[in-house]
Design a protein around this ligand. Structure first.
Ligand code: FPP
Length: 255
């Protein structure tokens, strides 16, 4: 295994170990607003460029052999933002899929969306359902958008469904294990890659913000100062390089 970590390294200089690639990478895409502010542009300009970064990073992740890429596009708390910004964010899935679904199909990428889809505006719902349908036969990387998603809400919903199924006698309370909970969460259809091995957050903030609370129990966390619109293929490789150097013990000890 060759590690070649240099300052300002380029894609060619980052040597990743193919045997230690994470299967599932999750990203909290943060910093669009600050990126725009630095350029004296409206916040939505940051989201627009952020959308193009989604495409760049999707293609790079697929080329690296990642199995699932989960992107936090809109949280259950983001409704608190000004209406114009919320409306713009809600228009982005449609714009993204209109522009990029042919390229996603060419890359064999399958779109998945997790979150409270029924609460989205009609056009957003239609756009995401169409993208899921158009890519449903693809067998490559799953591009999983978290849209109107919140980790605590997800856990509450799962608990309600487990309790309902226990009341109906469909499951025995004594048989509930962590595997049962996996099966009731919104990541159930990503099995066997339910949990990200690597969680990246851009923009220098070091918090989880209600993302995948159950699933990140043993994830490696990588925080980078890069703002999401500036995130690139090299930045993704750098984060994976960082991940590959970690000593993952899962509560055990090293021989
Ligand atoms: C956080 O940055 C970013 C968001 C809440 C939106 C993320 C959305 C995208 C990157 C585009 C999504 C694209 C598709 C295809 C759905 P922020 O606005 O909080 O930035 P700030 O902290 O600098 O203000």
């Amino acid at each position: 295994m060759v590690f070649n970590l240099k300052k300002n390294k380029t894609s060619e200089e980052i040597q990743l170990d193919p045997d230690k690639m994470p299967n599932h990478v999750a990203i909290i895409m943060d910093g669009n607003g600050r990126w725009a502010k630095k350029r004296h542009l409206p916040r939505i300009a940051g989201h627009k460029t952020g959308m193009d970064t989604v495409k760049t990073v999707t293609m790079a992740a697929s080329d690296l052999g990642i199995k699932v890429l989960t992107l936090y596009a809109f949280s259950t708390e983001n409704w608190k933002r000004p209406e114009t910004e919320v409306n713009y964010l809600m228009s982005l899935p449609g714009t993204f899929f209109d522009k990029f679904v042919p390229e996603l199909i060419e890359k064999n990428v399958k779109v998945n969306v997790m979150g409270y889809i029924d609460q989205l505006p009609n056009e957003t719902k239609i756009a995401v359902r169409k993208a899921i349908e158009d890519t449903k036969n693809n067998t490559g990387m799953v591009l999983n958008f978290a849209l109107n998603y919140g980790g605590r809400a997800e856990i509450v919903t799962a608990m309600q469904e487990i309790a309902a199924d226990a009341t109906k006698g469909k499951i025995d309370v004594a048989d509930i294990t962590d595997k049962t909970i996996d099966q009731y969460l919104m990541t159930a259809n990503l099995a066997p890659y339910n949990d990200p091995e690597l969680l990246i957050r851009t923009s220098g903030e070091e918090r989880i913000s209600n993302f995948l609370l159950w699933q990140i129990a043993y994830s490696e966390l990588v925080f980078t100062d890069t703002l999401w619109p500036d995130f690139s293929e090299d930045a993704l490789k750098d984060a994976i390089f960082n991940y590959q150097k970690r000593d993952r013990r899962f509560g055990g000890i090293k021989e």
